[in-house]
Structures are given as C-alpha cells and as structure tokens.
Design a protein around this ligand. Structure first.
Ligand code: SF4
Length: 495
C-alpha cells in the first residue's frame, strides 16, 4: 500500500482527491461542476469525472488525466441536468487507471447513485465481508463503500439512498468526505473525525437561493460564484434537493470529534482556502514567523520552495529581518508522477520541476523554507542543486515537525522505515541531505500558528492515531512499529 513513489521534482507527500457537488436547476450545472473540480485540481491529477442527473437518469463521464483534458466544451454541452457531483483523483489505494476513476456508479433496481470520495478507509476488509464482495471485485476502498451502500439499499429498496447511508455509515471507519448523487438529491457526508475538509455554499441570495454547492475547499465555491455558508460537521449528512438543505448526524452526539488533517494547513489545501474560518496563507506565514523565532540563523536571503514553502518563507523573512527573495523557478506544467528509483533519477526529477535563479543565489548564505521532509531524497537533490548554483551556505527550515509515522487517512506516505525522521537524528539528517543546518518547527509552534480553530489529526508527527489503524495491536504506535520490524523499534525516539 505504501509503495515508493516520487513526484516529478520533489514532492512525495500527495493529496488524495477533491470532491464537489452542486444543486442548481436552471443553471449550467456541468459547467459549474467543471469549474468546481478545476479549482480542486491540486488535490489529484490522475483522473477526473462527474455524475449529472436531470432527475430521470444519472450520466457519468470520467477518465484519466487532468480536468481540462477529460472535459471540453462539447462534452459539457452534452451533460445537462439539475444537479451533479465531481471528483479529481489521486490514488492512495487501488490503481491509477480508468477503472479507479470516480464518481463510482451503482444501480439499485430501477434507480442508482454515484459516489465521490476523498480519504482512505481503515476497515476495508471488514466492509468487503459485510458487502458480500469477493476479493477480486475490490478495486478501491471507494468501490467497497459504494458496493456496501448499494447492497444495503437493495435490501430494502423502498427506503432509498438516504436510509441506506444512515444504515451503512456507522460501520465505516477511517477518513471519508463524500458527495453522492441520486435522481432527486445531492448528499454531502463527513466521517466522525472530519479528517478531510468539506464545506457548504449557497448560490445567489441565501433567502432565495438559486442553488447550493458542496466542495472540499472554499475556492471551488468562489469560482462558481457561491457564498461560503459553513463547514460540513464531522459525522454529518447534508441532503440537498428541491426543498433546500437538511442536516442530520449519523453518529450519536459525543462520538464525533474533529481531527482535521493538520497537513491541510501545512501543505495540501490551496493558500486561498479557508479552514475553520482562517485563510491558509496566513497560517503558513505565521508558521514561518514562529520558525524564525524558534530557530534563527544568520543569512543573506530567505527563499521558499515553490509553492507551499513560499508563504512560510515570507513569514520567516518578516520575523528575522533577512530579505525575502526567489531562488527557484518552478515548471508549472508537470502533473504526472514519475517513478524515480535511484538518486540520479531523483536529481533529474528535481531539475525537471525546479531551476535555480543563479544571480539571486550566487555567493549568498540562504535560508530555504520548505513544508516537509519525508524521505529526504528530493530535499538532498535540491540542496545539491542550490550549491551547484553558487549558494555559499544552505540552511533548511521546515514548517512541519519531523514526519515520523505513516498516514492511514488518505495521504500517500511511505512505509515507516523509509521516513527519514523516523530513523535518523537531526545531525544524521543534516549529513544525509548535505545542508549546513536544519530545524523543524515544533508541534507547539505549528498549533500556535494555526490557532485554536478546532481539533486536528497530527498522527504522522506524533504517532497518536485518532482511530485504530489497520494492523491490530495494543497501541497505534506499537502497531506501526510491528509493521516495520524490531530493528526500527530500537531507533525510535520516545517510544
Ligand atoms: S496522519 Fe498526518 S497526513 Fe494523515 S491525516 Fe493525520 S495529520 Fe494528515
């Protein structure tokens, strides 16, 4: 499940899908959905799709590739309806091919529904058994979820999709922000911990709305002219139809406890997204400011690794008084993932994506601010590139604490043995990467930068998983240690 994978250039932490939904009779629904998922393209570039209904039938169009290559004006003109859902996919479970593209459709008697999923389920095996699926039928955890909902609905067809959701969701564990469509409704669902974001917006005057939209991030509402209303709550089902919006919770009160992925703030979400009422860009700047106060260094220039390292670099420069400047140019046209099996290939991958601004760097002591170090291999290639471009010193400042534990909630992370900070001390990491100094923001400063906005998952930084994770054992930390073998257990700090 945690297969090594190196995105062209540098990134090894990858998002896992964007979801969208819109109810807007009389509006160009397919175009609104296109714009919505286009705004969520950063969350997944492997495939894109939409399911649209005219209240008589549901049409699904999906394919591998970017949103703009899957849909064109002609295909959008042919997709007419009153309501739709959309999806952009990055695979953390299952293949990256067409067969894994979403939305996933299931027919139930004369009816049917389609589902779009952001997240990763942690009890898939139990759900496969519950749904009566054969192992060969399983492509992705989203397929399993769709199959389980369909089998529940089939058991009492007269009850409809809404009742099937209420009956199914209490058995589903892990991370899921969903949008679903049937012939008469849009549904938006968030798991009881709210690992992945999901928000509600209104089209037009809230007193007399022209429609409603749901999306992984607020910029998808902005782009279609919808006004943010609120975040979908953990454990909530929102139903949208001609009568308006209805809300209910499918878990008893007290069970739902928000654990939004803290990396949405650090890296995944767009900087113009609002989470918990705060703009992500500002939180990233504060991370840089606190990092400068926590781990100062004498230098001539502060630069960020594009794109998500740049706001934190601005904050670092502000707090330290060291001038901010650009030291790297990013090729914005690289979306596909390359497998880079050795260090030489990784260096080529970094060069494909990033090129140094030599005159800005030459002879300078530079502070390079990045959002995370996972395996360290791409950071190492980046430092080498900056030194070859003439940097006198390279000081790394990272706006997240050491990444020490794998993610089970929808982010593609490697096996624990491959996480650099899980196996090496700071001095060893400095020697491996080849920088002059290195500091990670503390977990306390990271939380301060975000503010008292809500509850967070920080399991990959602390090992405190909010749910049981796939390997059964006395504690979550122990489970992941067992996965990696006894030699690694000896080297784990604080365990
Ligand atoms: S483990 Fe880390 S990456 Fe995964 S949801 Fe929690 S904070 Fe996010």
């Amino acid at each position: 499940m945690w297969a090594p994978c190196y995105l062209a250039g540098r990134r090894v932490l990858k998002e896992a899908c964007g979801v969208f939904g819109v109810w807007a009779p009389g509006e160009p629904v397919s175009h609104l959905t296109f714009d919505g998922i286009f705004a969520l393209q950063h969350r997944g570039q492997e495939s894109a799709g939409m399911a649209i209904s005219d209240e008589n039938s549901i049409t699904v169009l999906k394919d591998t590739g970017l949103v703009a290559s899957v849909f064109d004006e002609r295909s959008l003109q042919g997709l007419t309806g009153t309501h739709a859902i959309g999806h952009t996919r990055y695979s953390t479970a299952g293949s990256a091919g067409w067969e894994s593209a979403q939305p996933v459709y299931r027919s139930v008697g004369e009816a049917g529904f389609a589902l779009a999923h952001n997240g990763n389920l942690t009890n898939t095996e139990a759900l496969v058994e519950r749904a009566g699926m054969l192992p060969g039928m399983v492509l992705t955890d989203s397929d399993v979820l769709a199959e389980l909902i369909a089998s529940t609905w089939k058991a009492s067809e007269e009850n409809g999709l809404h009742q099937a959701l209420c009956d199914t969701l209490p058995f589903v564990e892990g991370a899921f922000s969903l949008t679903l469509i049937d012939r008469g409704h849009i549904y938006a669902v968030r798991d009881p911990h709210g690992f992945r974001p999901l928000c509600l917006g209104v089209l037009g005057d809230p007193e007399h709305p022209r429609g409603w939209a749901v999306a992984s991030e607020t910029p998808a509402l902005d782009i279609i002219g919808a006004t943010f209303v609120r975040e979908i709550e953990p454990g909530e089902i929102v139903t949208i139809n001609a009568d308006g919006v209805r809300s209910e919770h499918y878990v008893p009160s007290g069970v739902a406890e928000e654990k939004l992925c803290i990396f949405e703030y650090v890296y995944f979400a767009r900087p113009d997204s609002y989470l918990h009422g705060r703009e992500v860009h500002g939180a990233r700047q504060r991370m840089g400011q606190l990092l400068a106060q926590q781990s100062p260094v004498e230098a001539d220039l502060v630069m960020g690794v594009p794109d998500s390292g740049v706001p934190a670099a601005e904050g670092f420069a502000l707090a330290s008084g060291i001038p901010f400047g650009h030291g790297l140019v990013k090729n914005r046209y690289i979306a596909r993932t390359f497998i880079a099996p050795d260090q030489e290939a990784r260096e080529r991958a970094v060069k494909r994506k990033l090129n140094p601004l030599r005159e800005n760097i030459l002879g300078k002591r530079i502070v390079v601010v990045d959002d995370s170090i996972v395996r360290g291999t791409t950071t190492r290639a980046l430092v080498k590139m900056l030194r070859e471009a003439g940097a006198a010193e390279v000081h790394l400042r990272i706006s997240s604490p050491p990444f020490q534990w794998p993610c089970f909630y929808g982010i593609d992370t490697p096996h624990r043995g491959e996480l650099l900070a899980a196996t090496k001390s700071i001095d060893e990491i400095v020697a491996f990467i080849g920088c002059d100094s290195l500091a990670f923001i503390s977990i306390e400063n990271l939380r301060d930068a975000i503010g008292e906005a809500g509850g967070f998952c920080d399991a990959c930084l602390t090992g405190d998983y909010p749910t049981s994770v796939p390997l059964e054992s006395p504690t979550s930390k122990q489970a992941v240690q067992d996965q990696d073998g006894p030699q690694l257990q000896r080297s784990l700090p604080g365990v």
